[in-house]
Structures are given as C-alpha cells and as structure tokens.
Design a protein around this ligand. Structure first.
Ligand code: GLV
Ligand code: MN
Ligand code: MN
Length: 410
C-alpha cells in the first residue's frame, strides 16, 4: 500500500510550484496556473478510479461510483485557487486528503453504498475579482449573475474570464447542483489558527463558519503639486483612506469576536510628488453574529462618508461580497466527531473565522468540516506548514467517517 499521507504532502508540494509568478505562489481564478493545476489534479483523480468533469466556472469534479446508481452522493472538496504569496495547504490539502481516501477505496477495490465526489473549487479566495466563493456559489446554485460585470485589476470582466476557461457565463446561475441526490458535504482544511497547537490535538471538528463582508471603499479628492499646494485646503484622498483604516481597526477592537482588515490600498495617480486624487481600499469584516457584522458595516459606511465630507471629498462604497454565518450540520458533524473519537482523539468543536466553500454548499446539503493543526496557526503566508503525521490522522478520520456513513446507509 502506498503511504497516502506522504503522497498528499508530495502533491501539495507539487501544486505549490504551480504559480503565475516564479518567486511566490499565486494562483488566481481562470489563470494559466489554475488550468495546469486542474490538469494535474484531474490526472490524480483518474488514477484513483474517478471520472472527471469541469463545470461552467471551472470547478473540477471527480466522481467515484458507489455500488449502485441512485444510491446518493457524499461530496468532499475545497478550493484550488490561492491568495497572493500563499502557503501550499490552504485549500489544496482538503482536496488531496479526500482524494487519498478515494484512492484507498480504489486500491482495495471497494465500493460504498453511495458515490463519493471530490470537488476542487475554482475560486474561494476572491483574489482576482474581490468576491469570494465564485466556484462553490455556482456549485450550490447561489451565484449572482450581477457579478459577471465585475472587473479585475486589468479591466477584464468576470464574464470574459469565464469564457477564457471555456465556460458559458450565462449558464452559471443555472449550473447549480441539484441537491436531491446529495447526502452531505465534508471539507478538510487547515485550521489557520493556533488553537489545535495549543490543545496538542491534530484535528478537530468545526462548529460554524463566520459571516463576512468584503467592500471596496473609495475616496476621491483632487490631485495637485506636492511642493506648491499649501497643506490647508488640500483634498488628499490617501489621507482620508488613512483615517478610515484606523477607524476600521478601532471598530473591530471595540467589538468582541470581530475581525476587520484593510488588505490593500491603491492610489491614483501614484507618484511621490503628486497629491493623491483617488484611493481604493479593500475592507474585509467578519463576525460570527450577522446582525453585529451588519451594524458595524453600516456604522463604517457612515464614518467613511463623514471623513470624506470633512475633507471636501467624495466617497464610494461597493459591497463586493456578503456571506452570512453558517453553522455546520449537527448530525453530520456528530458522525465526523465519532470518527475522531474512534481514532482515539479528544473531540473539540472550533468555530472558523475563515470562509470556506462549505458555507456555500450548506445551501444544498448538510455540511461538516475537519480542521487540521497547522504550525503556529500561520496561514495566507508562504510559511504555512502542516505535519505529515497530522495529515495521516486526517486521512484516517476521513476514511473512518466514510465507513461510518456507509454503515448508516446499510
Ligand atoms: C479565505 O481564506 C478567507 O478569506 O476566509
Ligand atoms: Mn484562504
Ligand atoms: Mn481556504
């Protein structure tokens, strides 16, 4: 038998080399790197006895048939896109662990009383279009066609990016999976936080996924000569943005459980001796309680308006993404917890501050998630690291989960 954990580690390494840039890992939606990644993963899926297809948004779907047609389908998955200067495990680990479990079934020539699908979602991070869950929202039938007009940093529309992959943008809203044959969805993912390391546990189950708002905020002032325009009366858009960034930090710090981040600011025209005329910044705000998040978004909007008005500037507010908090399914999670327990580990239920494709898939089928310990809780960082022995535990737990689900179907 092959050492499946070693294979998973090697595959994550291999995918970590598939990037748009030579010096760092960056794999945006509908990029050449994504195409190459899907090609590699499709080959591994076929080698594990799966049939493979891509849907209209480029989600890669591998299917391992059950004993009989019509027995239902248990879905596993995570995303294959990355952030900029990413680590190797956020997303791909979940796809590779699920694939390893199917590979084990295939090696044993074993069929379950249901089919197993493994999905590599095309876009979860939202790096290219500032909107997350493009892949899983199509899968879950929740894709909003208004997003097709969004443009990336080079002015390419989402609709054209979909066409470049061979997909039909007009078909996305109807390309959702009919949930009637689905038995559930399980996603394995690195924890992206420090709790498991502190507890000395390799894995845990997830209780809920926090809601998030992603908003593009702009300030518009007036360009001018850095050497001649007096400080009084300047309409400096970057100063407005700077004020706003600190308001965001103060808002999140004063609200227990809230995290808020401004991850980028772009400035126009962007020269050292020109007063900035326009800035755009990306606000990401999250909380486990939707009304708390929504109230803070509203108050930040008012603060942005106030900052702009006080400086004689305009402000822009474009909500790129809103997703509500999603609890995991109690029954499916109990089954996953049983698998953890039967392998001799204490069961912890952790909430997730990070977004996951599971949050979208929850619209069509019950979801469960397994977190895997990662070094120092570091993620969205090339230093992301997991131990092979923890990956081995994740494979054993997921295989046991499959076996328990099979027992329940008998
Ligand atoms: C995805 O990684 C997120 O931003 O939560
Ligand atoms: Mn991520
Ligand atoms: Mn992720």
């Amino acid at each position: 038998m092959t050492d499946l954990a070693a294979t998973v580690m090697e595959r994550c390494e291999a995918l970590g080399r598939v990037s748009e840039e030579p010096e760092l890992l960056v794999r945006p939606f509908a990029s050449e790197a994504m195409r190459r990644t899907n090609g590699l993963v499709a080959d591994w899926m076929r080698a594990a006895g799966m049939t493979v297809l891509s849907d209209e948004i480029g989600n890669l779907i591998g299917r391992y048939e059950g004993r009989d047609e019509g027995d239902g389908t248990l879905v596993f998955g995570s995303h294959l896109d990355t952030v900029r200067d990413a680590g190797k495990y956020d997303g791909p680990l979940g796809v590779m662990v699920a694939l390893a479990c199917v590979e084990r079934l295939h090696q044993r020539n074993e069929r379950l009383p249901f089919a197993v699908e493994v999905v590599g979602f095309a876009d979860e991070e939202g790096l290219r279009f500032g909107t997350t869950f493009l892949g899983s929202s199509v899968f879950a039938g929740t894709f909003d066609p208004r997003l097709l007009n969004l443009e990336d940093a080079d002015g390419v529309k989402l609709s054209d990016a979909v066409r470049s992959l061979g997909g039909d943008p007009d078909a996305l809203a109807k390309d959702g999976r009919d949930g009637s044959d689905l038995l559930g969805y399980c996603e394995v993912h690195i924890e992206q936080g420090p709790v498991l390391e502190r507890l000395g546990l390799p894995v845990s189950v997830v209780s809920a996924i926090a809601g998030q708002s992603r908003i593009s905020v702009g300030f518009v002032g007036e360009a001018g000569h850095a050497g001649t325009v007096p400080m009084e009366g300047r309409r400096d858009a970057l100063c407005a943005a700077a004020e706003f960034v600190l308001v965001v930090e103060e808002t999140a710090r004063s609200q227990p459980g809230m995290v808020a981040t401004v991850g980028y600011i772009t400035t126009h025209p962007g020269a050292g001796n020109v007063i900035p005329a326009e800035t755009t910044l990306g606000l990401d705000l999250r909380h486990g309680d939707d009304p708390v998040r929504q109230r803070s978004v509203q108050s930040l909007r008012e603060r942005a308006e106030g900052i702009a008005a006080a400086r004689g500037e305009e402000y822009r507010w474009q909500v790129r993404q809103e997703s509500h908090a999603v609890p995991t399914d109690p029954e499916l999670t109990a089954l996953l917890a049983r698998a953890v327990e039967e392998l001799g580990y204490r069961v912890e239920h952790l909430p997730s501050g990070a977004g996951h494709d599971a949050a979208q898939v929850a619209e069509i089928t019950p979801i469960a998630m397994l977190f895997v310990r990662c070094k120092g809780g570091i993620s969205h960082n090339p230093a992301e690291s997991v131990k092979q022995e923890d990956v081995a535990v994740a494979i054993e737990v997921t295989s046991r989960f499959l076996a328990l689900a099979a027992e329940e179907r008998r």
